[in-house]
Write a protein that binds this ligand. Structure first.
Ligand SMILES: *[C@@H]1O[C@H](CO)[C@@H](O)[C@H](O)[C@H]1NC(C)=O
Ligand SMILES: *[C@@H]1O[C@H](CO)[C@@H](O)[C@H](O)[C@H]1NC(C)=O
Ligand SMILES: *[C@@H]1O[C@H](CO)[C@@H](O)[C@H](O)[C@H]1NC(C)=O
Ligand SMILES: *[C@@H]1O[C@H](CO)[C@@H](O)[C@H](O)[C@H]1NC(C)=O
Ligand SMILES: [Zn+2]
Length: 454
């Protein structure tokens, strides 16, 4: 019996056999399509949009129910190669895909991760940039930018100062994608340093002194999970000016970035994202790729598991109808755009073990608070499940089933001296983003307007 099992395992065909080399857009597409065809029950492949030159932005999804969100299963994502000349992440995400599908059914840990998480992988956010690299260079090449010469990691709306750059197709595709899924945790893979960098990437004395978020403890934990597992914490850094204690840094402390993707995810997407700088050389020789995969593989896996930190659940009315757009925050951790339930009434909050007070608000109604203990050691493949019944009327008739943006996007309006225009635009957005039952001048609307000036 044991012998038979042994032979079955050994004889399993290696249908994929991805090599350690750089893959063109075409071979990347072929690879993703082949994996999807070979593993249809746990994978899904779709394009979230096109680059300036018309290349698809392919997202590979893994999970027990890969084609759609399932209540209680958190959404996770990895994005690489937004700077087209930073290529290690692009390749190791392809190897990660191969590893996950081939380990499913063989490796209990991987099976648990795939069963409990929906994992989205965008190996290249900037395929035009990747294809534009003529002579690979460790430091810099034109491939950094998209085809219109925009830096995609400076191209997102910014909460701290108006970002006037024109939003590019690749950026818009990611923004729409972030809006369309209930992402909880994410990482954005880069090269040119060895560090895990966490939000904020920008700052503004009135909002967040020195770029510190209300979730600093969680972000430090997330960044260290990666840096310690991948031995970045032991590295000497890449040069004297880029040595990081424990292999982590706050983004703003390192250097301010306006319009970065990680702040956008955290502020508007309700998704905690960190930036992983994986290699001193942005475009290393192919013969180093296998080592990069070996050192990063355990960290990529360990980081994904962190999507199960904290608490998750649904908010219901007294008739057990889920309430969409209810604000669910932890007291003392108010987000710039309050985190809200999705159309299923679901919320996900990443927290370390401890005692917390949840603050639940249906706009227009009184807030309720509930104390919660998150014990240590119960969070391997599921956050603590905690549903909330909101006292008061039934909401079925009054809440919309479509997800309402939790915060206005008017911060990218071009000029700060157009205050009147900004005010009216913002007001319209805030108002339309507010359930009809809500009082126009409630504090929520006011804070919505105020937040648009940050
Ligand atoms: C994963 O889900 C499948 C299908 O429900 C189940 O058969 C399998 O036992 C699960 N694996 C683990 C490790 O929980
Ligand atoms: C990290 O370094 C330790 C000690 O050298 C080694 O045992 C371990 O395998 C390394 N981890 C990775 C992921 O390379
Ligand atoms: C609870 O949240 C509401 C809405 O965001 C806010 O107005 C209120 O001050 C919060 N209460 C506490 C105790 O944090
Ligand atoms: C929560 O608070 C109680 C009472 O102070 C304490 O005994 C317990 O250890 C705390 N739990 C955690 C996870 O910190
Ligand atoms: Zn980069």
């Amino acid at each position: 019996m044991d012998l038979l099992c042994f032979f079955l395992v050994v004889l399993l065909p290696s249908v994929l056999g991805l090599d350690f080399g750089y893959h063109s857009t075409e071979s990347l597409e072929n690879f993703l399509k082949t994996v999807n065809q070979n593993y249809p029950s746990i994978t899904h492949l779709h394009s979230i949009g096109k680059s300036v030159a018309g290349r698809d932005l392919w997202v590979f999804v893994l999970g027990r129910f890969p084609t759609k969100h399932t209540i209680g299963i958190p959404e996770f994502k990895y994005v690489a190669n937004m700077h087209g000349d930073e290529v290690v992440g692009r390749e190791i995400l392809l190897h990660l895909i191969e590893y996950l599908v081939t380990q499913y059914g063989q490796n209990a840990e991987i099976e648990q991760i795939i069963n409990s998480t929906r994992i989205h992988i965008l190996p290249s956010m900037n395929p035009d940039g990747f294809e534009a690299v003529v002579r690979p260079d460790c430091m810099f090449s034109d491939g950094r930018y998209n085809k219109n010469k925009f830096d995609l990691n400076r191209n997102f709306p910014d909460a701290f100062e108006a970002n006037t750059v024109e939003i590019q197709p690749e950026t818009q595709a990611v923004m729409d994608w972030v809006e369309s899924e209930t992402f909880v945790l994410s990482a954005n893979l880069h090269g040119g340093a060895m560090v895990a960098s966490f939000p904020y990437d920008n700052s503004n004395a009135a909002v967040a002194a020195k770029g510190v978020t209300p979730d600093q403890d969680v972000f430090i934990h997330l960044a260290k999970t990666y840096s310690f597992t991948a031995n970045m914490s032991r590295s000497d850094g890449c040069d004297d000016s880029n040595r990081f204690e424990d292999g982590i840094t706050n983004g703003y402390t390192w250097y301010p970035v306006q319009g970065g993707m990680q702040d956008y995810n955290y502020i508007w997407g309700q998704c905690f994202e960190i930036t992983l700088e994986l290699s001193c050389c942005k475009y290393p020789p192919e013969n180093e790729l296998q080592t990069f995969w070996a050192t990063n593989r355990p960290a990529l896996i360990e980081y994904m598991k962190q999507v199960h930190l904290g608490v998750k659940g649904q908010v219901f009315d007294i008739q057990r109808n889920p309430i969409a757009n209810a604000i669910v925050e932890v007291v003392g951790r108010n987000h710039i755009c309050p985190y809200r339930t999705n159309q299923n009434g679901e919320y996900y909050l990443l927290l370390l073990p401890g005692n917390y007070t949840l603050n639940v608000t249906v706009p227009g109604f009184k807030s309720i608070t509930q104390k919660l203990e998150l014990p240590a050691g119960h969070q391997l493949y599921s956050a603590l499940k905690y549903d909330i019944v909101y006292p008061g009327p039934a909401f079925r008739a009054t809440t919309s089933t479509t997800q309402i943006p939790s915060c206005p996007k008017a911060v990218s309006v071009s000029s700060t001296n157009e205050a009147a225009l900004l005010l009216s635009t913002t007001f319209t957005l805030c108002f339309s983003a507010t359930p009809l039952l809500m009082m126009i001048f409630s504090t929520d609307t006011l804070s919505c307007i105020l937040s648009s000036f940050w």
